[in-house]
Design a binder for this molecule. Sequence first.
Ligand SMILES: [Zn+2]
Length: 472
Amino acid sequence: MRHLWFAFMLLAPLARAEGLPDLGDYAQTVLPPQEERRIGEEIMREIRASGQLVADVEVADYLGALGYRLASNSPDNRQAFTFFVIQDPTINAFALPGGFIGVHTGLIQSARSESELASVVAHEIGHVVQRHLARMVAQQRRDTLPSIAAMAVAILMARANPELAKAGVSAVQAGTVQRQLDYTREHEREADRIGLQILHDSGFDVRAMPAFFETLLKGTRFHEGSAPSFLRTHPLTTERIADVANRVEQLPYRQVPDSLEFHLIRAKLRAMQGAPADAVQFFEEGLRNGTYAMESAQRYGLALALLRSHELERAQHEIDTLRSQLPRHPMVEVLAAQVLSAAGHVREALASYREALALFPKHRGLVHGYAELLLLERQAEEAVRFLREQQLVFPNDGYLYQLQSQAYTQLGKNLLRHQAQGEAYVRAYDLAGAVNQMELALKSGDGDFYQLSIVEARLKELRQLMGDTKKR
Ligand SMILES: [Zn+2]
């Protein structure tokens, strides 16, 4: 009962309550993609502000890679996608307008295979490419369309107080429940059909989709009233599962092993959860009793938990074992450098990052970790040089600009500090914040003519973008 509710259950009944006809013309009923994307961006800004977005770049990049692999096999190759992870133990995933797809940590942790996780993400991609959200939003009359801010607040309210939000929805839904259900089931069928095709074309095990749905439904029966939120936002029936299972029967059997990253990411999420000592115990017991899916992932989780509880020698020992068991892996390299750094061996940690970056230049966990350590050691000049280089590789990474702003602060360069912070805000979809920073940059009084004109041009551009957004 999270985001999708507002899109799938609140907006649609509102339109019907207003007595709006079901428009048949595709062009009239679908929101223009650019407008849809802006709505999505504004909601993303609110989600980011809520603090529930998982900032860990390795977790984010894992899901991003999985998502893009699936999206590249979707029938609509013009659609932009953005995948992100929400810190939330409930089992859910959702799509926002504009191709933003969010996955709860609870879903990643409850999936028994990578194909199961992929099946839910593929289902969400199915909703996006069928433009389900865009059609529902477009059906609103302009003057009845809730303001973007109000919609975002509704989402956050649903987070903070699901019961309150649920009551609101039930009231709105009254009278149109049956039609609403039919409508939604049709969407679900479409999303399943397309999701399954995407899953197949991306090389995953298609049997994972009906199997995971079955598990979710069974879980619901055993725990009355505690249905996984995915089921509340994507109504699941035995008929729907049978439908998917039938389609799967027609596809060839294929055994698909999970990636190492799938297990490492799950171990990481578990290791970061709860008290450090409990996390250590969890992984120790697993290793002792052999209750794990992959030994090296279990050991990685233990090493990370040991780092959290500051048992650095033991953490180092686990890393040494891991390195003897696995080919070099960037996630292990990040952890190794963090352990060195926590033990006060800063020079070795920096060297370790540099060596690993030479092997895995595209691994953002290493990029962020190295830049953070440079700043911690007040090597601001080197940090600026490194970050500039990385911004060319990862132009949309707002965190690189935030770190750059910190580096300029250390160097006492005010114009550049605000300019970089402004660029960080742009990438967090916060245009007002970005404009404010550019204005501060102009007032800073320490820029040369060349720097000032760059900021002025950027400020003009941002104000124009903001104006376009307000006109909506
Ligand atoms: Zn669905």
